[in-house]
Design a protein around this ligand. Sequence first.
Ligand code: ADP
Length: 212
Amino acid sequence: MSKIELSSRQEKILQIVKDHGPITGEQIADQLNLTRATLRPDLAILTMAGYLEARPRVGYFYTGKTGSQLLTEKIKKLQVYQYQSMPVVVDESVSVYDAICTMFLEDVGTLFVVDKNSSLVGVLSRKDLLRASLGNSNLEAIPVNIIMTRMPNITFCHKDDLIIDVAEKIIEKQIDAVPVVKHTEHGYEVIGRLTKTNMTKVLVDIAKDEII
Ligand code: ADP
């Protein structure tokens, strides 16, 4: 949005509405010596982008919002489901050795641990597994549920939560990933994960003006 390139005609329309709004599409067209139909796509773009507001039977208003204000509004509205990725879960009975193998095979930095009802019970980070490996030669004998971070100390989110709120939690708690959960009769089912990499994607999309 910050980079939205307005055409010279769109700039002219903005100026007319700024100076004379509220003003109808017909009146704008008259001022520019164009037909209402020619102007329609430009008015639609300016309205959709948030520069103008259209009120039925009154006309177009200038919202007074700058490109960066409109961009900020969009960023604040982003929701978890738009950027979440697939979660990788392990059963709480698996060994530290198996968890390490899963982490390598699945190429993730955080594993979520579930019980027999598939409910979230723990989180395993790379350092949790490294710590458990230090000085322990028999990693197959240690179940992950004795080294994981467990409920109720897990920071989680829902798919409809705002990305900005989760980003703040990630910073505040100094963690790399947050499980996306769904409430079930047994607890919380893990349906996704939101990681620092997903947050980096948000940044790239902002820079490329590709956020919806
Ligand atoms: P690493 O430990 O590899 O640096 P993190 O910074 O994600 O990775 O994890 C730091 C600690 O926080 C670990 O002990 C981990 O179990 C815990 N942790 C990671 N994610 C969460 C989460 N969503 N909720 C609660 N604790 C978490």
